[in-house]
Design a binder for this molecule. Structure first.
Ligand code: GLY
Length: 378
């Protein structure tokens, strides 16, 4: 089953490259037609498409895919040099599955340099006064100046990796302080999570939790919970700090325990469920890849191993059988029923390029033991 799903994903990635050249898929605006919008490398999501090209190349070793990945790399270099829409924390999402991938897969020195330069760009979001990485907006922004978000856990690997590469501990120090703060304030006592948290920018003292893309301030946005599962597991991989592993495990238990019958998440764990409630298939794809990362770190005799292994199997089966576009050769996306920002009417019930990326990453982990591009392989 996994092989058929990978082959379908690779075929669609190749078809998209043929049809749309060097353009990138963008988030849709709640339109009736379920296809991507295609455009320039200007959002926070283009790295995922690059990652799909790298995964497809690793699966097939076809030179055309490597050429496409390298053309995209050149575009990511241009984007960094021209500083196009990079004043936010999502630099890891952009530059791990593109530049770090180029270093991991091909050993490209240019790609390594690009990933290191991207880490420097991300460090410009570090706020020494408050001791956190500011997610959005300029320094001092009245709403966002003191705000962190759970998604940022997935941007920290770029910083840990940069310290390991350069011997300069400052990147990893910032990442650890930020991860600790996220653990303390974004994760709640019942193992659910806030999407975002506000601090006093000058002192770093805590103000309150809130949401941006979730249902309401105290609710648990499913994709945020999934970012946390995967992100804390990665912080554990880089630091060996057992607190992070435990946090990933707690978030994972909550996620799995609160799934509906078909094992694919709705967009928020606290939203009322009815026939019209939107799913977020991308949350389940991220959680599956994150659980597979978490499982890498659990000992053979760990009591949770079977529980999480079966949970991944169930969710991935459901995604492949009920959500994937297998058998729809003209579809541009891999997973239907993803949701970006429901309350903002952006991409409700559509393809999400990160959903497609993590779905393919999870399949490649299951089938080929290829873990994506968040760390170097041993
Ligand atoms: N990182 C933004 C999102 O997950 O929508």
């Amino acid at each position: 089953m996994w092989t058929q799903a990978i082959e379908d994903a690779v075929a669609k990635t190749k078809a998209n490259l043929t049809k749309f050249g060097d353009r990138f898929p963008h988030i849709t605006q709640g339109t009736a037609v379920k296809q991507y919008e295609w455009g320039d490398n200007t959002d926070w999501i283009e790295g995922f498409y690059a990652g799909m090209v790298w995964l497809s190349y690793e699966y097939t070793r076809e030179p055309e895919l490597l050429e496409a990945a390298n053309r995209q790399l050149a575009d990511f270099r241009r984007r960094l040099d021209e500083d196009v829409a990079l004043d936010h924390h999502d630099i890891g999402f952009l530059y791990c599955p593109s530049a770090l991938a180029g270093w991991i897969v091909e050993g490209s020195e240019d790609a390594r340099r690009l990933a290191l330069d991207a880490a420097d760009r991300l460090m410009r979001r570090w706020r020494p006064e408050g001791q956190y990485i500011q997610a959005w907006g300029p320094k001092g922004h009245p709403e966002n100046g003191g705000r962190i978000i759970i998604d940022c856990l997935m941007n920290l690997p770029l910083l840990y990796w940069a310290s390991a590469q350069t011997g300069d501990p400052s990147y990893a120090e910032a990442a650890r302080i930020h991860a600790d703060k996220s653990r303390r304030f974004l994760v709640r006592g019942d193992d659910s999570s806030y999407h975002t948290f506000y601090f006093e920018p000058e002192t770093g003292s805590a103000i309150r939790g809130g949401t941006h893309q979730g249902y309401q301030d105290g609710s648990t946005w499913t994709r945020g919970q999934a970012w946390g599962i995967y992100g804390f597991a990665l912080s554990y991989r880089y630091t060996g700090d057992a607190h992070y592993l435990e946090t990933s495990r707690r978030l994972a238990r909550y996620f799995v325990e609160h799934l509906p019958e078909d094992n694919v998440a709705y967009w928020d764990f606290d939203v009322e469920i009815g026939p019209d409630t939107y799913r977020d298939s991308s949350a389940s794809a991220i959680a599956a890849a994150g659980l597979l990362e978490l499982l890498e770190h659990l000992p053979e005799d760990d009591a949770d191993r079977a529980y999480f292994t079966e949970a991944v199997e169930r969710s991935m089966r459901s995604l492949v059988e009920k959500y994937a576009t297998i058998g729809e050769p003209d579809a541009e996306g891999l997973l239907k029923h993803g949701s970006y920002y429901i309350r903002g009417n952006r991409g409700p019930d559509d393809y999400m390029i990160w959903g497609d990326y993590y779905y393919l990453e999870a399949l490649m982990r299951l089938e080929r033991k290829i873990p994506g591009y968040w760390y170097e392989r041993r």
